[in-house]
Design a protein around this ligand. Structure first.
Ligand SMILES: CC(=O)SCCNC(=O)CCNC(=O)[C@H](O)C(C)(C)COP(=O)(O)OP(=O)(O)OC[C@H]1O[C@@H](n2cnc3c(N)ncnc32)[C@H](O)[C@@H]1OP(=O)(O)O
Length: 145
């Protein structure tokens, strides 16, 4: 099987990008137009990076994860990376593809000069992130609107 790790492209809408995200959470109504508008918006920013893995034989997106770079005042106006929306298609799990997308984002964060990368996850996924080299720290809090 031929797996390619690369940045998200406009054509990925038709290669199953919304479907892969629906294995993580509720995607809602995302049309090609709204996907394209959001893609163009984040593509202009140096502070967003969404990576995907494509099964090139099937031309399907089988994994994705996003890095957001926060520009801080603390730490000498340092930058912190936030990893979000990590998912691997259920038929491809256990093949180190999750690890590959995380490694790609950690490297991107390092290259962008981030002093740390953080993320929130369920207890059930903590061991996966520990395998990727992250460690536990503090707790998550939320308020939905
Ligand atoms: C910040 C966020 O977005 S959190 C949301 C995370 N995403 C989800 O919960 C969506 C549903 N789950 C998934 O998509 C996948 O199961 C993922 C992304 C969590 C893991 O992806 P996979 O490709 O299956 O993981 P991968 O094969 O790279 O695993 C790497 C290592 O972690 C281990 N691992 C993976 N998942 C788990 C787990 N839930 N518990 C314990 N160990 C795990 C693997 O066994 C492997 O260890 P090894 O190197 O010793 O063999």
């Amino acid at each position: 099987m031929d797996f390619v790790v690369r940045d998200l492209e406009k054509g990925d809408f038709r290669k199953g990008f919304p479907e892969i995200l629906s294995q993580l959470t509720t995607v809602g109504n995302v049309s090609l137009e709204s996907f394209t508008a959001r893609f163009e918006e984040i593509n202009l920013s140096p502070d967003y990076k969404t990576v995907v893995i494509e099964d090139s034989e099937k031309q399907r997106i089988i994994a994705t994860a996003t890095l957001l770079i926060e520009r801080k005042f603390i730490r000498g106006c340092g930058k912190a990376g936030h990893i979000e929306d990590v998912v691997v298609d259920q038929t491809y799990r256990g093949k180190c593809l999750g690890q590959r997308v995380i490694e790609a984002l950690l490297e991107a964060a390092r290259e962008a000069g981030c002093y740390k990368v953080i993320l929130d996850c369920a207890e059930a996924n903590a061991a996966f992130y520990e395998k990727c080299g992250l460690t536990r720290k503090e707790i998550q809090m939320v308020k939905y609107f």
